[in-house]
Design a protein around this ligand. Structure first.
Ligand SMILES: [Fe+2]
Ligand SMILES: [Fe+2]
Length: 266
């Protein structure tokens, strides 16, 4: 079994975070000058800007008119949503190539669900919730890059009903929460995101239990094998919500996510 040093070294095998994401995440610090700067960086990459415009014009954002310039797109939807679109588009190759299509789909569904629930419950900024949901399983990329065959075995074992963290621990001596948090640190992701990556399976150990519980709920909800009775009531009480009709909530999240997934897979 690999020791921890080995695993930390394996972080070096993970590609650097796409530059444009770094800019997008830092951009909020100085919104005035950064809007133009962000538009300039995105416009520089032809395929990125095409995809960003496709998403901006998709039914998901429901804008009344067709937008054809990145500058206009960012000023119309706002920096915060623009940041999310850029993040989604720019991270796709990494999630698909170093995770798999399922991880990509799961990340989008969790992002959309977190945004939806955060907005309805008014527990936190919905755009921030989208990023948390999108990146929560980032650590799976690290384990997969370290040993893809072994990670296939993890997935098979989990599919037959075992707990993912326990299986990862047995095969790798660590889990995707720990490794994701280390990668988030290396990539200098915001502390909120790092915390959610680390504690989305154990929100009550986090200093921000509401954010982690939101991801915990949506992460479970969007899975095929979702079982409402398996949700931990001690975690759910952080959200102060009554989950009366989980199936309806699930369906509306999946329908919204489908719009994004269709636009992004073309
Ligand atoms: Fe997870
Ligand atoms: Fe997940």
């Amino acid at each position: 079994m690999d020791n921890m040093n080995d695993l930390i070294n394996s972080l070096k095998e993970v590609p650097a975070m796409p530059n444009v994401i770094m800019h997008a995440l830092n951009v909020m610090k100085d919104p005035e000058s950064s809007m133009k700067e962000l538009a300039r960086i995105v416009s520089f990459d032809q395929s990125l800007s095409t995809k960003v415009l496709t998403l901006v014009n998709s039914a998901y954002y429901g804008l009344p008119q067709q937008i054809t310039s990145i500058n206009r797109a960012i000023s119309l939807i706002g920096m915060s949503k623009a940041k999310n679109i850029i993040l989604t588009v720019a991270m796709r190759p990494m999630l698909v190539n170093h995770g798999d299509k399922e991880l990509w789909k799961h990340s989008i569904m969790t992002a959309v669900g977190c945004e939806h629930v955060a907005r309805n419950l008014k527990i936190m900024d919905a755009d921030e919730a989208f990023v948390m949901g999108f990146l929560h399983d980032l650590g799976k990329i690290v384990l997969n890059i370290k040993n893809p065959q072994l990670y296939d075995r993890v997935k098979e074992t989990v599919a037959s009903g075992s707990n993912i963290l326990e299986v990862e621990q047995v095969y790798y001596g660590t889990n995707h929460c720990q490794m994701g948090s280390l990668l988030a640190k290396r990539w200098q992701l915001p502390l909120l995101i790092n915390n959610v990556i680390k504690y989305h399976h154990s929100p009550n150990l986090s200093s921000i239990p509401v954010a982690c519980s939101l991801v915990y709920l949506v992460d479970s909800l969007v899975k095929d094998e979702f079982d409402p009775s398996a949700l931990d009531p001690n975690i759910m009480k952080n959200l102060k919500m009554q989950l009366d009709q989980p199936q309806i909530l699930k369906e509306s999240i999946l329908a919204k996510a489908d719009v994004l997934l269709r636009e992004l897979s073309t």
